[in-house]
Design a protein around this ligand. Sequence first.
Ligand code: PXG
Length: 455
Amino acid sequence: MSSSSNNPQTLKWQAMSRDHHLAPFTDYQQLSDKGPRIIVRADGVYLWDSEGEKILDGMAGLWCVAIGYGRDELADAASKQMKELPFYNTFFNTAHPPVLELAKTIAELTPEGMNHVFFTGSGSEGNDTMLRMVRHYWAIKGQPDKKVIISRINGYHGSTFAGSSLGGMQGMHDQGGVVPGIVHIPQPYWFGEGGDKTPEAFGIWAAEQLEAKILEVGEANVAAFIAEPIQGAGGVIIPPDSYWPKIREILAKYDILFVADEVICGFGRTGEWFGSDYYGNQPDLMTIAKGLTSGYIPMGGLIVSDKVFDVLKTGGDFNHGFTYSGHPVAAAVALENIRILRDEKIIERVREETAPYLQKRLRELADHPLVGEVRGVGMLGAIELVQNKQSRERYVGKGAGMICRGHCFANGLIMRAVGDTMIIAPPLVISKTEIDELIDKARLCLDLTLQDLQK
Ligand code: PXG
């Protein structure tokens, strides 16, 4: 591993990290001591580090590199746009062709009635935009008290103040506080929190928490409910089948907006264009980022339904926006990325061929003594590490997930750990042979982890 490198170039970069670079979500003392692994190039589903080691990227960068690494077409689209018009803003009654083409293209892909896009630089900014927009929406409609957003514990909606407040990550709330008017309900995480209930019964219970919260806060005060179709950063939490139908039933009873955070699920990860399509949900707003550009360049946005837009249009100025809203180079890259997803039928291939194969192979790991559950949808998967397969009891205080992640890292596989849940989200273009390699490496690392835990 690079932490024990003798390579002078690696050491030079690690010194730069120690002396100057502040990485996200990082213990700076620990990183200084260990030094980061330096990733220098990538192609397809593979990364190479500065030691020359090849690594299968089971996380698509950070859930984003949908079309895989090394697609020259995206670089060419960026280069062409930079030469033609590298920047112009979309404030003050101006626009440029890429942003308009992109908004129209996205509207072609979204569920019925979702035809308007506000662009941002990231998913977090998309959710900030959402917070202001939904409160503004209700104010225009003469209900300014409808301000509260209901969100879920262990959801992830970004790292800006609105994003982290909407999210349900205690560690983030503890550092700097939260935006007022955001409340959280339990997540539909059966394996971790379902207790003696069946998954179906637990799914209903978790959905009913939404209704209980609406009644507690008062419908007259609730602006919206936000949720990821499948929680990503929280540990690839796939709700029981009963959850979304029950949520839809509750949403139909109350006059509140529904926001789908599609930052991870959007652009094909579930085998449909959006996670909302996968579940048959009908959101009023959808946050996007990541797969929109396959991560080649930063871009996010908020897709807005006709219903919301028709009200916004009557409300005067919407006082919100970023310098890089609809950045022409990002828009050109997103357009090319979507062209590739469409022309190469990548999402169809995921749905019909590679995702069923990944899910089948992934489930073979369920027989491993360390594995309590394997679950997944599309190109998303989770493996729960346990001490007791029947009772779902964990290895307490052993850091099984981190041990496993370390073995993966050392054996040429990127697989993330969320506590003791191992998660994968490979590029959508991963082939069956590469899936075989991923599963073989995962099994090896489970073996090595179990050996360590039994020592
Ligand atoms: N919503 C969801 C559902 C996300 O997964 C964001 C919003 C925020 O997007 P930006 O572009 O502002 O990062 C995300 C981001 C992890 C991890 O550890 C996940 C994300 C970001 C960083 C780390 O799994 N998701």
